[in-house]
Design a protein around this ligand. Structure first.
Ligand code: ATP
Length: 137
């Protein structure tokens, strides 16, 4: 059987995951990718999405990430995320409120500035992904 790899997910605030995994899947900016032990080293930017890994006991785990970077080495994956939460730590009420705020901003006829709309779209994407993951826990 293949060896396990270490997964570390950190944000500027905290270490969110430090665990051994059988496989790690992550939302790369060019598409979803998977890393097994022995993978060729590479680095990529991440999109808003979920890090999905199978832990040592074979259980599937999901971690929200709001972009950032991932570095894969043969025995380790490091994710530096702007923000990240394990699915069981996501507060669905907060995500729902963030979703409603973002939807309101996008519906507001006065908010025509593209920068504001882009921010609201990103906030909406984060909130929808958090709600999806919270529903899995
Ligand atoms: P909000 O508008 O609710 O702050 P956001 O998408 O703008 O949402 P972020 O900037 O991604 O929030 O994160 C700020 C901090 O709050 C981070 O530490 C992040 O982990 C945490 N956080 C944000 N939303 C949630 C949530 N629904 N549940 C748990 N932690 C959250």
């Amino acid at each position: 059987m293949a060896e396990n790899i270490r997964l570390e997910v950190v944000t500027p605030e905290k270490e969110v995951v430090n665990a051994m995994a059988q496989i790690v899947m992550a939302p790369g900016s060019l598409g979803e990718f998977g890393v097994l032990s022995g993978h060729t080293p590479f680095m990529t930017a991440l999109k808003i999405g979920a890090i999905h890994y199978r832990d040592e006991s074979g259980k599937d785990q999901y971690v929200f990430v709001s972009g950032g970077f991932a570095e894969a080495l043969p025995d380790k994956v490091t994710v530096l995320a702007e923000s990240a939460e394990r699915m069981e730590d996501i507060d669905p009420k907060r995500a729902k409120e963030a979703m409603e705020r973002a939807e309101k901003r996008l519906a507001d006829e006065r908010a025509k500035e593209e920068i504001d709309r882009a921010r609201a779209r990103a906030a909406l994407e984060r909130a929808v992904m958090r709600l999806k993951l919270a529903a899995l826990s």
